[in-house]
Ligand binder design. Structure first.
Ligand SMILES: Cc1cc2nc3c(=O)[nH]c(=O)nc-3n(C[C@H](O)[C@H](O)[C@H](O)COP(=O)(O)OP(=O)(O)OC[C@H]3O[C@@H](n4cnc5c(N)ncnc54)[C@H](O)[C@@H]3O)c2cc1C
Ligand code: FES
Ligand code: FES
Length: 1518
């Protein structure tokens, strides 16, 4: 290969091609160069901070004479680090779209939106390649292969031969990659299938030829490589330690301090801390220094010592420890082997593999020392008694490079203690770890929100040595790390938001890593026993943790970890506390309906269109729209503080940066009458500005206030941070529901009554209320306290109503006054004022009023009926069983959007004043309309286009519009193409997710004389949802919440009311199953509570209260079940009871509950929980247009309105089109080849008027219209066939099409349009249809979850989930299976870890604004066993295309089972603690305590009881 550093730039080889990176990009992330300049599409930047793996690529390296693939995050690695190296991306995998990995992903349905898929593909390929090169199964532990992902209809596994990669190896390979869509089961299955099928490297195909070894550029014999990085920066890469020290000394001397230079190693640190300066003049690289790569064991007087060079990567250290463990295992050095294995396992839980492959030990410790990184390296090595070796860097040549050694933990605590002057420069050169002496035992572990790739909440390492006879603790060393009040989340968020707080101050106490000196002292000299352990834990809590200022919730976790560590290191009995084992990767059995041959390809699990393109990274997304000459890249300037006065800007620092072209404000972009442009859903007053006007006021932190345009995305991002925003005072910011209620800040969601089912009514206009039966009498009859019926919503609504009344009165008075001054119309005006509705701002629409009246009448009728003792509501059995009243309060959390593709748009001006916008959106109509309003253009001058979206889940329904509008406006303003893709931090911070909810409820239960589970007699629910600064479409949350609040239960008297507050937070929007999940969680939680209070089994309670089909009435052809809130369900379609039975009895969950009870009775430290829940999702639908054209060669273009965002819409549509068009063919020629069909990009030019893709319904609506259009075409073609092929009954499609050709075009219509809905389809009015078809239908499912909880640390695992779902007759069961699994796991994220909080102390900004702190599920979080059954004998519905049902959102509701199961496990832990400790811990055995979502480890630990580990250990050993 040519010299690595060509003068004109940096040479590297990408997928076998030599490419040169211009010098000015040499310090840019590799991903930016690959995408921007090297034409690589497969690299996706979904986070830009090492947290998701979407950008993963691999570098070819020589290892033991073989080619090794080292994966890394191209979003972090700078281009210069790859000089002279060969990089492989997913595009370069052997075979391209036909690579082994692409084939496996395709055949296992392992990609949905596909945005994560290239990253997974490279991770999987590299792991297989390396394992095959190593020639053996990659690690310890069983492979778990064989059953994974097998279906009842087929098999997927390997042939039983030993897999090249085992389960542990695969978990490690995939632990740096996130997928938001699939739920991981199919990805794991695809990778496992390859692990079984690949025996050696050749099986994977040949990689692009590796490069010739790069000559040691400029730096032979310890010289220094010098590389210009553009913009005045230099890379200096010394090739020996002495030169490194000399260079550093010279830099210190020259710069008179540290400012102008920085050491660089793996460059992963800025994945965590993004406020690093980027303009140091010199980057001094440590990675080429051989001395810093040492990893060897040397004998010393004190024994053997492992020397770890600072430049050793974490993965290399773990591999080295593996070797040590293997060498020492069982031999003389067994203690060292045990230590090595334990340490390696802990190190491999740090970050993801791609990070570990680059991150160095020295970099980690430097970050721990200087920036309070929650370091695991420090704990693992410090726990083993490591010392750190530093070279002090001074301007004085004599002293420069003097070596200092210090205890690692002391060094981290304070530099001064180890002779490093405060603020002095140093280079960490090595860490020396004494190998443990014989008889020692080491233990090291961590607790985090995910098993891997999540920063630790706490970690600990313990090393102990007993006396020779084992009777006494000779020595013990306990090191722990824990979060402290200025949490790491906040620190990192502050860094990422930059400029929002004094980050230096916050950094001072984000994390402590310390010796537990008091606990150690308590143990030494004691006999190794649980009593000694208890004493040590007491000392730990009262002295060590308290002194370090660790908050109680974290201290409890740390204490639990130390308890486990000490127990293990002392070798205490099996009954002592111990940690949970590593979670195996998800496995699962899927039972799918058999395909129906005559419907082919419909009902067949065909592969997803584009799956191989996705896996090979060649599928195009919005960002892949061709880059125009002179294109500009946009970045947003945002407000840092909610409620702050925005006084002005100083953009000059940004404009001074190279390549920065413009800074634009609202006044520049939207000078028209709409001011700053419109973004709101226009339901309520208060249109959200696209950019907040300046001067003005920031409505929420993260609100966009300006746009920077530059010639590259990274320079634009840098410039956006450089713009100085001048803030004034902060006023009137409101961050909590309570504050908003207090100030009556409510949206008038009563206006949404028109959307609600019949029977809904308006409360005051500021709330929405649904009711069935007569709640008030039922509550009164049961003696329920009346106050409970006035929950927070009611109180706020009443307050708002009072305010409204006052306003109305004032208005009336003013009007009267005005009228008095006038001579005419007095009476009229006064009368109008007096009539003002309770919600004063908005006039209630006529249909809403009609509903109110109808509802009132209905309620009165029901009340009358109840009073008469008649049916139709009232208190069931009023004279019957004893009533019990249960009241409670509950909260459901928000959940943010984490679609892998962040919001993106590319726009350019077209001729005639038109504009073209490519937008990653859920509806080109919405984008077209918003751009049209923002730019004052007629709709037909705005072309909105979208090919596919990298995940939407509701987040791109309305929010995509702002991004599209800003790109379009900037394009018009500059006359150039403008490209805008949000960084993950801003995408999270700017977009509010679901509404969180605060609920109070009263349930009345009626006990049954036969002793069976009580029946629900009445339920009164009052909820308040937390909205953002603008309503957007957040009104859907409360509206949908009400639509499912009655679940699938018979509740004769029910009322539910909800209000929506207005807080100074980012506007909330729809997130998959908006409102439905909150409603389901609430009703299921109420049942859990009721069951606990009544002392009955929750499943029996549910079963006893399920809606039941009416008693058979021979006169009734199609009996209807009425839900408690008046929704009609044809009885024959109501499958819940039989699915419930199938789960509970056939799948053995009833028996499992007994096993769990036994398990809990015999385990103190680990508890299990099991819960079953049913769910109902009500479909509401519209219509979507479709346009189908058959071309002369027989190929087919299908244009449908629905956007393909991973849900398989295009595939289903193609299946339906092939089936319908196939009707024109003789049976012998069917089915029509799906390969002839291309589903076209969405475009407002081709197919407008389709609205949004969302609500689970677009696939079926698109299928319906495509089917209608195709049937029209088939009809014409059939006539053609009758005319042309009377003598040739087996004519082919090609022949048929050829027969339609003519010189003036086709002789018959070969294009057809439809804009129908499923009830227009022939099957909706077919001979089998039982009576009139309801326009809407319900989707039903049931699920069970089995979880395990470590009661000492709060760690939790989902051991198993079974889901039974009724999806009718799926169009593609494989796609639907993927939707079920993916939705369930996405919902689990909300239940477990996706915490989203806003902290007023730094401006009301989102605390979890990065992958560091926001934690969607990773592969290790998915249920270890995930079994899905799609009912194969589901009743046929007649209002879904070909009897299929919608699937995208409904399964998410079932994830509530996981939370309920965790709650039961925690309740079991508390009950046991009561038994062991007595009632002293504040809990009684039957005391129900809600576990709120997300059930983070700290919450779970707290829910297990307020006891300390010391108390429990002591009591358990007594
Ligand atoms: C997504 C993600 C997740 C992570 N999760 C964890 C985790 O769970 N636990 C954990 O412990 N860590 C975690 N980390 C931190 C990670 O281990 C560190 O980023 C990494 O070790 C830093 O090493 P580096 O070589 O990349 O350093 P760089 O990023 O190159 O440098 C980091 C800092 O160290 C300085 N530096 C580098 N080498 C030396 C040296 N020899 N002497 C003195 N100063 C030096 C640099 O000047 C710079 O200031 C995570 C990181 C990421 C990106
Ligand atoms: S984009 Fe690089 S890890 Fe997420
Ligand atoms: S398929 Fe993985 S993120 Fe969409």
């Amino acid at each position: 290969m040519a010299p690595a550093a060509a003068p004109e730039g940096i040479l590297l080889r990408v997928d076998g091609r030599d490419v040169v990176c211009p010098a000015e990009m040499a310090n840019a992330p590799l991903a930016a160069f690959l995408k921007g300049k090297a034409g690589v599409k497969s690299v996706k930047v979904a986070c830009g901070e090492g947290g998701c793996g979407a950008c993963a690529v691999a570098v070819l390296e020589e290892k033991d004479g073989k080619t090794h693939l080292r994966t890394f995050n191209s979003c972090l690695a700078p281009v210069y680090a790859l000089r002279g190296k060969a990089v492989v991306t997913a595009e370069g995998l052997p075979g391209g779209a036909a690579s082994k990995v692409a084939e496996a992903f395709d055949s296992h349905h392992a990609s949905q939106c596909g945005y994560c898929t290239p990253g997974f593909a490279i991770a999987c390929h590299a792991a297989l390649h390396n394992a095959a090169a190593a020639g053996a199964c990659g690690g310890a532990g069983g492979c778990g292969n064989g059953s994974n992902g097998s279906t009842a209809n087929g098999s997927n596994g390997h042939d039983g031969a030993k897999p090249v990669l085992d389960g542990e190896g695969l978990r490690q390979a995939l632990d740096g990659n996130l997928c938001r869509c699939t739920g991981y089961r199919p990805i794991v299955a695809a990778c496992k299938s390859l692990a079984g099928a690949v025996a050696d490297i050749e099986d994977l195909g040949a990689l692009p030829a590796p490069p010739a070894p790069a000559p040691p550029a400029a730096a032979a014999d310890g010289g220094v490589e010098v590389l210009p990085l553009g913009h005045g920066q230099l890379l200096k890469a010394p090739h020996s330690l002495s030169t490194l020290i000399a260079e550093a000394g010279a830099l210190v001397a020259a710069a008179d301090g540290k400012g102008g230079w920085r050491l660089v190693a793996g460059s992963t640190g800025h994945g965590v801390y993004k406020d690093w300066p980027v303009d140091e003049c010199v980057l001094l690289s440590v990675t080429e220094v051989p001395e810093l790569k040492r990893l060897d064991v040397a004998e010393s007087e004190a024994g053997a010592v492992l020397a770890v060079g600072a430049g050793v990567t974490l993965e290399a250290l773990a591999s080295g420890l593996d070797g040590l463990a293997a060498a020492e295992a069982g031999g003389k050095g067994a203690a060292a082997g045990q230590w090595a294995a334990e340490s390696a396992a802990h190190l491999r839980r740090i970050a993801g593999k791609h990070v570990r492959n680059s991150a160095t030990v020295g970099g980690n410790l430097a970050l721990a020392a200087e920036r309070s990184l929650p370091s695991d390296v420090a704990t693992v090595l410090g726990g083993a008694g490591a010392t750190v070796e530093l070279a002090l860097i001074t301007a004085d040549k004599q002293t420069n490079g003097s070596i200092v050694r210090a205890d690692l933990i002391d060094f981290l605590a304070t530099r001064a203690a180890c002779a490093v002057p405060t603020g002095a420069s140093y280079i960490i050169t090595a860490v020396h770890v004494p190998l443990p002496a014989a008889g020692s035992r080491f233990w090291s572990s961590r607790v985090a929100e995910r098993y891997s790739n999540a920063a630790a909440v706490a970690n600990a390492a313990v090393q102990a040595k007993l006396s020779a006879d084992g009777s006494t603790v000779e020595s013990v060393r306990i090191v722990y790390g824990a979060r402290t009040p200025a949490s790491t989340d906040k620190v990192v968020a502050a860094h990422n938001a930059a400029k929002t707080v004094n980050v230096t101050a916050a950094l001072l106490d984000g994390w402590v890593a310390r010796r537990a000196a008091a606990a150690e002292a308590a143990l030494v000299g004691q006999s190794p026993s649980t009593a000694a352990l208890a004493t040590a834990l007491a000392a730990l809590t009262s002295s060590d943790l308290a002194a370090a200022g660790v908050p109680p919730s974290t201290a409890a976790v740390a204490e639990g970890l130390v308890a486990q560590g000490v127990a293990a290191a002392l070798g205490l009995t099996a009954a002592a506390p111990s940690r949970l084992p590593p979670p195996p990767l998800v496995d699962g059995v899927s039972d799918l309906p058999a395909p129906v041959p005559e419907l082919a390809p419909v009902s067949h699990p065909t592969g997803k269109i584009g799956a191989k393109l996705q896996a090979s990274g060649t599928a195009h997304y919005t960002e892949d729209a061709p880059v125009h000459e002179g294109a500009l890249f946009a970045a947003l300037v945002t407000a840092a503080r909610a409620g702050a006065e925005l006084k002005g800007f100083d953009p000059s620092p940004a404009l001074a940066l190279p390549g920065v072209v413009r800074f634009l404000t609202a006044a520049d972009l939207f000078p028209g009458p709409t001011g700053a442009g419109a973004n709101a859903a226009d339901r309520f007053p208060g249109t959200e500005p696209l950019l907040a006007p300046v001067p003005g006021r920031a409505d929420f932190a993260g609100q966009p206030i300006g746009v920077v345009l530059a010639s590259s995305p990274w320079m634009a991002a840098r410039a956006a941070k450089a713009v100085v925003v001048q803030y004034g005072e902060v006023t009137d910011a409101v961050f909590t529901i309570e504050e908003a209620l207090d100030k009556s800040l409510l949206y008038p969601i009563g206006l949404m009554a028109a959307w609600m089912p019949k029977g809904s009514s308006l409360g005051p206009a500021m709330s929405l209320c649904v009711q069935g039966g007569a709640v008030e009498p039922a509550l009164a009859a049961a003696g329920a306290p009346a106050a409970v019926s006035h929950g927070p919503a009611a109180a706020a609504a009443a307050k708002a109503a009072a305010a409204a009344k006052a306003a109305a009165a004032a208005k009336a008075a003013a009007a009267a006054k005005a009228a008095a001054a006038a001579t005419e119309g007095t009476d009229k005006v006064a009368e109008k004022g007096a009539e003002a509705p309770a919600g004063p701002v908005i006039e209630v629409p006529a249909e809403g009023k009609a509903l109110v009246e109808a509802a009132k009448e209905e309620e009165e009728a029901r009340a009358r009926g109840a009073a008469d003792g008649g049916g139709g509501g009232g208190v069931d059995g009023a004279a019957g069983g004893k009533k019990r009243v249960v009241t409670g309060r509950y909260q459901t959390p928000s959940q943010l959007h984490f679609y892998m593709e962040t919001q993106t748009a590319v726009a350019w001006p077209d001729e005639d004043g038109s504009v073209v916008v490519h937008s990653a959106c859920q509806g080109t109509d919405f984008v077209q309309a918003a751009v049209s309003v923002a730019l004052g253009l007629p709709l037909n001058k705005v072309a909105a286009r979208c090919r596919r979206v990298g995940g939407g889940f509701g987040g791109k329904a309305t929010f995509a519009r702002r991004i599209a509008c800003l790109a379009a406006a900037a394009a018009v303003a500059t006359g150039r193409q403008v490209r805008l893709q949000l960084p993950r931090n801003l995408d999270l911070a700017l977009h509010g997710g679901r509404c969180s909810t605060d609920v109070s409820y009263t349930a009345v239960l009626e006990e049954q004389e036969d002793g069976s589970a009580p029946k629900l007699a009445a339920l009164d629910v009052h909820a308040v949802c937390q909205g953002g600064a603008y309503a957007d479409i957040s009104w859907l949350d409360p509206a949908a919440l009400l639509s499912v609040i009655d679940g699938v239960y018979r509740i004769p008297n029910i009322r539910a009311e909800v209000a929506l507050t207005r807080c100074s937070l980012p506007p909330r929007t729809t997130v998959r199953a908006p409102g439905d999940i909150q409603g389901t969680m609430i009703i299921e939680q109420i049942l859990e509570h009721v069951a606990a209070e009544c002392g009955v089994d929750p499943e029996q309670l549910r079963a006893a209260n399920l809606l039941q089909p009416p008693a058979a009435d021979p006169a009734e052809e199609n009996p209807i079940i009425m839900t408690s809130l008046g929704k009609r369900i044809p009885s024959r379609l109501y499958t819940v009871p039989r699915m419930w039975h199938r789960l509970e009895v056939d799948a053995g969950w009833e028996a499992l509950k007994a096993e769990v009870a036994d398990f809990n009775a015999s385990n103190l430290w680990t508890k299990r929980g099991v819960a079953l829940v049913p769910a109902r999702y009500g479909m509401w639908r519209g219509r979507k247009p479709a346009y189908v054209s058959i071309l002369a060669d027989g190929t087919i273009q299908v244009a449908c309105y629905g956007i393909e965002m991973g849900q398989g819409l295009f595939t289903k549509v193609a299946q339906v089109a092939a089936h319908a068009l196939g009707e024109a063919l003789p049976a012998s020629q069917r089915p029509l080849d799906m390969g002839l069909i291309k589903v076209m990009d969405n475009s407002s030019e081709l197919l407008p008027n389709g609205g949004v893709t969302g609500g689970s319904t677009s696939s079926e609506l698109s299928c319906a219209s495509v089917r209608l259009a195709c049937l029209k075409l088939a009809e014409g073609l059939k006539k053609q066939a009758e005319a042309k092929f009377a003598d040739k009954p087996d004519y082919t499609w090609k022949e048929l099409l050829t027969s339609t050709g003519g010189i003036m075009g086709a002789t018959i219509a070969l294009s057809a349009f439809a804009h129908g809905d499923p009830t227009d389809l022939p099957e909706a009015a077919g001979p089998d249809t039982p009576g009139p078809v309801e326009p809407d239908y319900s989707v039903f499912g049931v699920a069970g979850a089995l979880v395990e909880v470590d009661v000492l640390t709060g760690e939790r695992r989902v051991l198993r989930s079974d889901i039974v779902f009724d999806l009718g007759r799926p169009i593609n069961s494989a796609i639907d299976l993927g939707q079920v699994e993916g939705a369930f796991v996405q919902g689990m994220g909300m239940m477990l870890a996706e915490k989203a909080t806003y902290d007023p102390s730094y401006g009301g900004g989102l605390e979890q604004n990065s992958t560091w702190s926001y934690k969607p599920p990773a592969a290790s979080c998915a249920p270890q066993q995930l079994n899905v059954t799609l009912l194969s004998d589901a009743p046929l519905i007649f209002n879904g295309p070909l009897s299929s049902k919608a699937v995208g959102e409904p399964p998410l509701l079932l994830s509530s089972a996981v939370l309920m199961a965790l709650q039961r496990a925690a309740n079991a832990a508390r009950s046991t603690a009561v038994t062991v400790l007595g009632n002293g811990n504040g809990a009684t055995a039957n005391h129900f305590q809600p576990l709120l979502a997300p059930a983070t480890v700290e919450r779970v630990r707290a829910a297990c009881g307020g006891w300390s580990a010391a108390e429990l250990v002591k009591a358990s050993s007594a």
